[in-house]
Design a protein around this ligand. Structure first.
Ligand SMILES: Nc1ncnc2c1ncn2[C@@H]1O[C@H](COP(=O)(O)OP(=O)(O)OP(=O)(O)O)[C@@H](O)[C@H]1O
Ligand SMILES: [Mg+2]
Length: 340
């Protein structure tokens, strides 16, 4: 019989990271243009969804936790809209800095379909800030994080390379290393900056980047284990959860087998959209560890939650009822064995 899902509503979590606006523009094919050999689409609607750290925050909330968001938006129309969406979803946005002259990172995806057909992404345009997060933005984030540290039960660091997870944040967290509250890092290029945490959840590319190796080499389980164990030991994390897209995830740690503990991906229905699955996995892994689940069970929960969101369109969340249902059918982690 599988373990019951802990009640996550007891916990308050701070999410620190790079807030992204995911804009979805929906359209239907109209005709071929007379101006150029391109398809003309007719706009049918659009929506803005929280992305990056904002998606991680939304996932924590959907699983029942109270959430404080620390990050930056530009003082622009998209930034205002993103704040409104987050507030509507009952996230505490008082720790979000609105920076004049900075651009809110925005990923605009155009999705086209005939009525009642599955929408298909036609293209994506990224609007990104030029240069790093301005110094005062990163400093103020670090100050807010310091103020919150005694008040929250856990911290999720969500790095999308826009500057929130940098030297200021690392310095603030230094005091907490191996400290009283769980901290999990979902990295892009910040693994080196943040040693001594409870866990990090890189994907294969992020792990390869930090280990200076070719990601293709990590397809070999023995090589993956060698690289992951070496990095985890060097950084002093308790757990390293390596996510592998449609191949599931593998857990490394002192209490785990040398070649890691692997879980196959969850879900039998067709995968619709994998974007943001890593945010869901990191959010669920942190909450499960905070609720004192053993790491293999926390991985099973993270994998089940991620399996739910990949069956939904766009960056999405998995709520408690969906997670409970998914867990009943979720595969169990098993020791990785290499046959010679
Ligand atoms: N096609 C898929 N089918 C089933 N599960 C999937 C699929 N893709 C991803 N997942 C689940 O989501 C987890 C995280 O996905 P992935 O490794 O792609 O994260 P990521 O690269 O950090 O993604 P992102 O940063 O876009 O959120 C996987 O470990 C797996 O559990
Ligand atoms: Mg990711």
């Amino acid at each position: 019989m599988s373990e019951p899902l802990p009640d996550f509503s007891h916990y308050e979590v701070a999410v620190v990271g790079d807030l992204v606006a995911d804009r979805y523009v929906h359209a239907e094919p109209a005709r071929v243009s007379r101006e150029a050999p391109v398809l003309v689409l007719r706009w049918t609607g659009e929506e803005l969804r929280p992305g990056g750290a904002a998606n991680a925050a939304r996932n924590l909330r959907a699983l029942g936790a109270r959430v404080r968001v620390l990050g930056c938006v530009g003082r622009d129309a998209v930034g205002r809209e993103l704040l409104e969406v987050l507030e509507r979803e009952q996230l505490d946005v008082s720790g979000i800095e609105s920076l004049p002259g900075w651009t809110t990172p925005t990923k605009t995806r155009v999705l086209a379909a005939e009525p009642r057909r599955t929408p298909q992404q036609v293209f994506r345009i990224d609007r990104e800030p030029v240069g790093p997060l301005p110094g005062p933005g990163a400093e103020r984030l670090a100050i807010r994080l310091r103020e919150l540290l005694g008040k929250v039960d856990a911290v999720l660091l969500s790095d999308y390379d826009y500057g929130a997870i940098g030297a200021d944040c690392a310095q603030t967290l230094q005091v907490l290393r191996r400290g009283p509250i769980p901290i999990v890092l979902d990295p892009r290029h910040s693994l080196e900056l943040m040693p001594g945490l409870l866990a990090a959840t890189p994907n294969l590319e992020e792990l390869a980047w930090a280990a200076h190796c070719d990601p293709r080499r990590l397809a070999d389980p023995a090589e993956l284990a060698r690289v992951a164990n070496a990095l985890r030991e060097r950084l002093g994390h308790r757990h390293l959860l390596v996510t592998q897209g449609n191949r599931g995830m593998t857990l490394f740690g002192v209490d785990q087998p040398a070649l890691g503990l692997h879980v196959e991906p969850c879900g039998s229905e067709a995968v619709v959209d994998v974007s943001g699955a890593g945010d869901t996995a990191a959010a669920a892994f942190l909450l499960a560890l905070t609720a004192r689940c053993a790491a293999p069970q926390a991985m099973r929960i993270a994998n089940a939650a991620a399996g739910v969101v990949v069956m939904k369109s766009g960056t999405a969340v998995c709520d408690r009822a969906e997670l409970t249902a998914a867990l009943a059918a979720a595969p169990a982690p098993r020791e990785v064995l290499v046959h010679s």
